[in-house]
Design a protein. Structure first.
Ligand code: HEM
Length: 481
């Protein structure tokens, strides 16, 4: 080496490295604190590349918002920015902003589910659609799950099925509530949608296929043999093969289909004779998913919360007893009875608030969005945090308590959005509420129950009971009519 002092050189190399590290750190810290894009809501960008991905999806009790959100809220308020899978993400627990998002669906915002969900559920399900095709499909789904059908046919079907399941439990003392509820709501769904009754040997195979497809939605989308994702794709193929066979069958025997003239497949063919097999398949898969998993977990949560709050169980039981004529053993619940079960409605509202079945809804900006002095650039992912709204102490007194009575006093709340909002508001909120109420009616009149071992609903991110909600049931003396 010429012209270089070896001592200076030996000092300058580490010095240069230290300076380089310092410069990179300053830029990184500066970037983390949002200096570079100061019009975005404030926030911490997390680690390089992965951002806050792991913190955002760290499992936590469904009845809480988790440590990460807690920390970000206390630092930056109800709207903050972070990074998720290398991209900017705006997280909002602000009811005003969230309503603004839902009201501007398809204008300023669009649904933003991970692409692998499309492969499992099919691109023809409502959450992936927009424009004219969306409107046509939505009116088809709403037409099938219409109010009249709910009040007449579906109410009677759930009553019959709930009565059957209560009788079947008389042989048991221990049950895994998750599994029982999964079977109960799947049997209801498969009969209405594919026209198959629970005694059909294929029904159990189909139920397993739907559960495998559901597991694939929350897995890493790796198409290797034996991964949950590839099992989910196989499950979809199996479901579609059955749906196609059933649809072809209805086309061939359109005048004589033996009691299957009321299901969704028949309804799709009748209302749109040129509908493709793929579209029927997507409609069936989308509807069974919507009907099954959310309603099932809601009843599991209600059982869990009621079990821990004996006063609410007692009041629910009393209210339901008043609606039943004990002298008439064939008395059925009428729509008016159901509507008058005010405390039952409060239990459902509170379960939906505290259990946070769908904790977040994903959207993406379609153009630059201006809100309260912030500019959110086109293409930014938005996480509308429903659970954070539900657990906000400024909207709900003692939000960490299960307290159904709050709904008797306050009626409605702008912070309560378990069914979403705007044009994408849940098509099944009415039927879901009715099914939950009917199931609870039969349950509380027939049984007492307690948890066999500790289990707690966890957001993983979908809400689940890790141990399957194992409970001991005790039959009550008075039987339901
Ligand atoms: C307790 C049970 C349920 C809960 C908590 C629930 C919740 C939700 C939520 C939050 C959304 C909005 C999704 C978004 O904006 O991205 C939604 C949409 C939807 N739900 Fe439900 N749901 C339930 C039961 C049902 C049932 C029983 C049906 C059956 C008809 C159903 C059908 C749908 C459909 C078709 C959509 C898509 C609407 C659209 O994209 O326009 N849901 N649900």
């Amino acid at each position: 080496m010429t012209g270089a002092d070896p001592i200076v050189l030996s000092l300058s190399v580490p010095l240069a490295t230290v300076i380089a590290i310092l410069v990179v750190s300053i830029f990184w810290i500066y970037g983390r604190k949002n200096g570079a894009d100061s019009k975005l809501p404030p926030g911490d960008k997390g680690w390089p590349i992965v951002g806050s991905t792991f913190s955002l999806f760290k499992p936590h009790p469904a009845t809480s918002i988790g440590d990460f959100l807690h920390l970000q809220h206390s630092r930056y308020g109800k709207i903050f920015s972070t990074r998720y899978l290398g991209k900017t993400l705006v997280v909002s627990a602000d009811p005003e902003f969230n309503r603004f998002v839902f009201q501007n669906e398809m204008r300023l915002f669009q649904n933003n589910l991970p692409p692998h969900c499309k492969k499992i559920l099919g691109e023809g399900i409502l959450p992936f659609m927009a424009g004219e095709t969306y409107r046509n499909m939505k009116s088809l789904v709403l037409g099938f799950f219409n109010s009249w059908q709910i009040q007449t046919r579906f109410l009677a079907e759930v009553e019959e099925a709930a009565n059957r399941v209560m009788n079947s439990w008389r042989q048991k003392s221990l049950i895994l509530a998750n599994e029982e509820l999964n079977k109960f709501f799947f049997n209801l769904a498969v009969e209405r949608i594919i026209g198959m009754t629970p005694d059909d040997p294929e029904v159990e195979e189909l139920r397993k296929a739907f559960n495998a497809a559901n597991a694939g939605l929350y897995s890493v989308p790796l198409s290797l043999p034996f991964t949950p994702f590839s099992k989910a794709l196989k499950a979809r193929d199996f479901i579609c093969s059955i749906v196609k066979r059933e649809a072809e069958d209805r086309k061939l025997k359109s005048d004589k289909i033996n009691g299957k003239e009321n299901d969704l497949i028949w309804y799709c063919l009748k209302n749109n004779p040129s509908i493709s097999m793929k579209r029927i398949c997507d409609a069936v898969i989308g509807s069974i998913f919507a009907v099954l998993f959310n309603t099932q977990i809601c009843v599991g949560l209600a059982m869990y919360f009621l079990g821990q709050c004996p006063e609410s169980l007692q009041q629910l039981r009393e209210e339901i007893k008043q609606k039943i004529n004990y002298t008439d053993t064939t008395a059925k619940l009428t729509w008016d009875d159901y509507k008058n079960m005010e405390f039952c409605q409060s239990v459902i509202n509170e379960t939906l608030r505290f259990g946070n079945i769908i904790p977040v809804l994903w959207r993406k900006t379609l153009s630059d969005v201006y809100f309260k002095g912030y500019t959110i650039p086109q293409g930014t992912a938005i996480m509308t945090h429903i659970a954070a709204m539900h657990l906000d102490p400024s909207a709900f007194e003692n939000p960490n308590n299960f307290y159904p009575w709050r709904w008797l006093a306050m009626g409605k709340s702008n912070n309560w959005m378990p069914f979403g909002g705007g044009v994408r508001h849940c098509c099944g909120s009415e039927i879901a509420r009715m099914e939950i109420a009917v199931f609870l009616r039969y349950l509380v009149l027939n049984y007492d129950w307690e948890l066999v071992e500790h289990d707690h609903p966890v957001a993983l991110p979908s809400v689940t009971f890790p141990k399957g909600l194992p409970i001991r049931i005790h039959p009550l003396e008075e039987k339901t009519p």
